[in-house]
Write a protein that binds this ligand. Structure first.
Ligand code: BG6
Length: 484
């Protein structure tokens, strides 16, 4: 065995990530209720590439034991996943479904028996349809139901799960659901978007406080259990670094997409410049002073909404230009290289393509330095805070070779390049605790359907058989050596 050049700290977590609705399938089995995504995909197959649906997904619900074994074979010491709210409380607000509870208890047991630590996200975009019918995240009642669901999970799984996250990427999901309108409920309305973004932050703060209450009820056995949030903090640079208007555009874009979420969770307050912008544009969310106080940190440990760690997702950077005469949105969901992603908000900012960039087939730039900058930023915000890279990965069009392997050298290069900058960030002081590649297996990639493959495991769409890709074998060596 060669001595690795990049050695990671002892106990570094080597993992991968998934989300319930993207892999579980069994959409109508085990007492599960319908979620917004189940209903959306059923009603609007034309809005999903090739009409893909999460109905069967990867059938992880029935194959989880095999999947955990394959995690072990690919060197996993950690696994980031989410719980489907609709499996635990099928209508989001009523009775707890014992079959759903049994499924996750069995999965957590299996993981722990294989020495794999679960890192569990409570909400990864699959909202109970009943609550979507009440107006979804625009309605503050949904926050109360979310806090109750979170408490139910802490009570039911708190002995098995040591790492919890409240929400996955509240910024990205707000954007896709309420600005571009690509995700359910397919709304394009800035006022709704701001209300939802505010409600997410309030929901996060309330769940963290509920967690603290739960923790303090039996502190001796629960003090090692931690809670955080997962944010997509894509780094945003001015398109022309020498242009002051592009610099301002980048500051605004960063404020709306990133700081709105980072500031409250790491500093305990919403960013004043974004608040002022929303006020000027008559977009301020409905709020009360008491709620704003709740978003802030309290002194008492049992009341605090301060998080224990931050999860960061990183795929690609943005370059912002001030030249934004019109709003325009387009996401490449086909994997056709000639199709560019477009995102512009009239008079505020427009993201432009880096003319020197390297891109995936879906038009996402490969730019590892963006991860370095993001990690350093988390450290500057909150020195010493434990950080996990909770998602990072590359979507590729892949097929199985005749010998049953997938030679995904591009994925190995992608992960290696990002791990190199992560290693440098650790040398430069970031308290980085682990890396979860997106994803464990090829899965339902939202509006991209199944063509965009992300996994260490290739999933045959006809048989649903799993095959470890070259990257999975490579990751095992990295994990065994704790570096590369
Ligand atoms: C993240 C999500 O935004 O990006 C994942 O948390 C998602 O759920 C991943 O799958 C990759 O995005 P996409 O749209 O290519 O699947």
């Amino acid at each position: 065995m060669t001595v690795p050049e990049h050695v990671f700290p002892k106990g570094f977590v080597w993992g991968s990530a998934t989300a319930a609705i993207q892999i579980e399938g069994a959409a109508e089995l085990g007492g599960k209720g319908p979620s917004n995504w189940d209903v959306f995909c059923r009603k609007h197959p034309e809005k999903i590439f090739d009409g893909g649906s999460p109905e069967l997904a990867c059938d992880h619900y029935h194959r989880f034991k095999e999947d955990v074994r394959l995690m072990k074979e690919t060197g996993h010491t950690g696994y980031r996943m989410s719980i489907a709210w609709t499996r635990i409380i099928p209508d989001g607000q009523g009775d707890v479904n014992s079959e759903g509870v049994a499924f996750y208890r069995a999965l957590f047991d299996e993981l722990r028996a294989h020495g794999i630590e679960p890192n569990v996200t409570l909400y990864h975009w699959d909202l109970p349809q009943t609550l979507a019918g009440l107006g979804g995240w625009e309605n503050k009642q949904v926050i109360d139901h979310f806090v109750r669901y979170a408490r139910v999970c802490f009570d039911l799984f708190g002995d098995q799960v040591k790492l919890w996250s409240t929400l996955n990427e509240p910024g990205w999901t707000t954007l896709q659901s309420y600005v571009t309108g690509l995700h359910p409920p397919n709304v394009s309305n800035h006022k709704s978007a701001v209300q939802v973004a505010y409600n997410y932050i309030l929901a996060h703060a309330r769940v963290v406080k509920e967690f603290r209450r739960w923790q303090h009820e039996a502190l001796s056995s629960r003090k090692e259990t931690q809670i955080g949030i997962v944010l997509n903090m894509s780094t945003i640079y001015p398109a022309d670094p020498l242009s002051s208007s592009d610099q301002s555009a980048a500051t605004i874009a960063d404020g709306v997409l990133n700081r709105w979420f980072i500031d409250p969770v790491l500093k305990g307050c919403l960013p004043s410049d974004v608040w002022a912008l929303y006020k000027r544009c008559s977009l301020l969310p409905e709020h009360t002073d008491a709620e704003l106080a709740e978003i802030g940190f309290q002194v008492s440990a049992s009341q605090s909404s301060k998080i224990d760690f931050i999860g960061v997702n990183y795929y690609y950077p943005h370059f912002a230009s001030a030249d934004a005469p019109e709003s325009a949105y387009h996401l490449n969901t086909s994997g056709n290289k000639n199709e560019d992603c477009i995102f512009a908000i009239k008079d505020l900012f427009r993201f432009v393509k880096n003319p020197h960039g390297r891109f995936t087939d879906w038009g996402w730039e490969i730019f590892p330095e963006g991860l370095y900058d993001l990690l350093m930023r988390a450290e500057h915000y909150s020195p010493g805070i434990p950080v996990y890279i909770t998602e990072n990965g590359i979507g590729i069009q892949e097929s199985l070779d005749s010998d049953g392997t997938v030679r995904d050298e591009r994925r190995i290069d992608f992960v290696r390049e990002h791990l190199k900058v992560a290693h440098r960030a650790i040398q430069d002081g970031v308290n980085l605790k682990g890396y979860y590649m997106w994803a464990l297996m090829d899965n339902f990639s939202w509006v991209n359907g199944f063509k965009k493959r992300y996994g260490f495991l290739f999933v045959d769409r006809k048989t649903l058989d799993r095959h470890i890709k070259a990257s999975g074998h490579w990751y095992k060596r990295v994990s065994d050596q704790n570096g590369f």
